[in-house]
Design a protein. Sequence first.
Length: 129
Amino acid sequence: MPVLALDVRLARRLASHRLDAWAPYDSDLNATVTLIVGELTANAVTHGRVPGRDFRLCLSLDRVERLVRVEVTDTRGDRMPPRPPSTPPLPDAEADRGLCLVAVLARRWAVLPRTDGGPGKTVCAEVAV
C-alpha cells in the first residue's frame, strides 16, 4: 500500500506545483485545490482502483468562468460516491471526511461517466478563483 499513498502525495505535489502558475504556493486557492486533489485522489486509490490501473488527474483553469476545475478519473464505475455526501462524520471519526470537505470547499462537484470510452468514472470539483 505505500506505493498508492505515494501516488496521492505525488498528485498533491504536482497539482500544487502546476497551480503555482495560476496562484502562488502560499495562496488560499493553491491550498484549497491541493486539498481537494488529495481527497479525490485518495478516494480514487481507495475505492476506485483496479489492480494494474491508475487514476488520472486533470487540472484546468477557466479564465472566463474564473474557476479551477479538478478531475480525477478512476477505473471503477460500480463504486459511486454518495451524492450528496452522507452526514458529517463524528468528531472523533478517522475516515469519511473527504467528500464532506470537497462539498464545503468546492463551488460544485459531480460524478460523471468517463467520456473517453474507458471503464470507470470521473469525479470533478470546481473552485472559484
